[in-house]
Design a protein around this ligand. Structure first.
Ligand SMILES: C[S@@+](CC[C@H](N)C(=O)[O-])C[C@H]1O[C@@H](n2cnc3c(N)ncnc32)[C@H](O)[C@@H]1O
Length: 359
């Protein structure tokens, strides 16, 4: 075995790595400022405003000019916004706005950047968990459910009708005619809300451990008098059947459960004759060497480490992590009694895989 000192030190490689780390610091800072730009709506206002001074931008956004100017300093030096020194005006090029504004949804990467802040906020907690090996709980996270709901509104809700439902031939027609649908680990519940509005003859139930995750959507459903949508606060590891459903969905909600295999058994036990299970989950591999080619891997491992893995461990679960892998997903689905499993990839959502499973 080579000891570190026995291996020649490559100066060029070291310098390249140091330069890359400087880039890492800048990009990490930009990610946090991108989240702030989204939450303050500064990207939206700047994009709509054209060429503006920091004062004009701050006034239009209803924000403090001093902080807005500092944020603009980040955006200009990072090459996100353009700056004209003589009139001291700023603008957001359309090509950049296309990935940073609410109008750009579902391609708004600023939404996803919020996971950086959510993760960073539990650094102290995770430092302690590294030592004791224990897990975390949803109350440890600031805004997790809100950010998750906003993110899946882009990847799931916006693509439901055009891309996700067509993965199951004839499903839209069955929904038109009226079937019974459950969403397990529904979180914010926006997918169920969208479907309940589009398919009034069908009934929809969202199940989640955290009532606060779906409270806002539940209130919206009440306001809209949607009688075909119900939410139930439920620890899904504590029940053996949910009822009988023609369609069960799980959007990014299996790998971080207390008992992922148990959840799949529960879904399997809750299927009506001819029922279908539509599962979206992270499309990585359980093999690290394969994930080296996944352009999202460092981000996914980070969210896994700061959220998905400790959340599962905190409930007494195995902590599979985001990279439990499509291989494990297939094995677990088969063990749960799904004899037919198809895997799909959808171009709008390169992070996830979509599984269509039947008995
Ligand atoms: C990553 S989030 C996905 C939420 C939602 N499906 C979406 O796409 O926005 C996973 C969800 O699983 C829920 N969950 C975790 N453990 C659970 C359990 N034991 N029983 C029920 N739900 C659970 C969480 O509260 C969370 O809302």
């Amino acid at each position: 075995m080579n000891t570190p000192s026995a291996v020649a030190f490559d100066e060029t490689r070291a310098e390249a790595f140091a330069n890359r780390l400087v880039g890492t610091l800048n990009e990490a800072a930009l990610a946090l400022m991108t989240s702030l730009g989204h939450r303050t709506a500064l990207f939206d206002v700047l994009s709509a405003a054209g060429d503006v001074t920091s004062k004009e931008l701050a006034d239009r956004a209803g924000l403090s000019e001093r902080y807005v100017r500092e944020w603009l300093g980040v955006m200009v030096t990072a090459g996100v916004a353009e700056y004209a020194a003589a009139p001291k005006t700023y603008r957001l090029p359309a090509e950049h706005a296309a990935f940073l504004t609410r109008a750009a949804s579902p391609n708004n990467i600023a939404v996803t950047s919020q996971f950086i802040g959510v993760s960073a906020a539990v650094e102290e907690e995770m430092l302690a968990r590294f030592k004791d090996g224990a897990g975390t709980h949803y109350h440890n996270y600031c805004r997790f459910h809100a950010v998750m709901a906003e993110d899946s509104a882009q990847t799931v809700v916006a693509a439901l009708t055009d891309q996700i439902l067509p993965l199951v031939p004839g499903l839209a027609a069955r929904l038109e005619n009226g079937i019974n649908v459950a969403d397990v680990g529904c979180g914010g519940g926006r997918a169920m809300l969208a479907l309940a509005r589009e398919f009034p003859a069908s009934t929809f139930t969202g199940f989640d451990l955290c009532g606060d995750a779906f409270a806002e959507t539940e209130a919206t459903a009440r306001r809209l008098n949607l009688s075909n949508l119900t939410f139930r606060q439920q620890d899904l590891s504590q029940v053996t059947s949910l009822g009988t459903f023609d369609l069960v969905t799980a959007f990014d909600a299996v790998h971080d459960q207390k008992d992922p295999q148990g959840l799949l058994h529960l879904v399997s036990n809750s299927m009506a004759e001819g029922g279908v299970f539509l599962m979206q989950d992270i499309g990585g591999s359980r093999d690290l060497e394969t994930n080296k080619n996944n352009p999202f891997a460092p981000l996914l491992y980070t969210i896994s480490l700061m959220h998905c893995t400790p959340i599962s461990i905190g409930q007494g679960g195995p902590g599979l992590g985001t990279m439990w892998g499509v291989e494990t997903a297939h094995e677990y689905l088969e063990i749960a009694g799904f004899g037919q499993v198809e895997t799909h990839r959808l171009p709008h959502d390169p992070i996830n895989a979509y599984f269509v499973a039947r008995h």
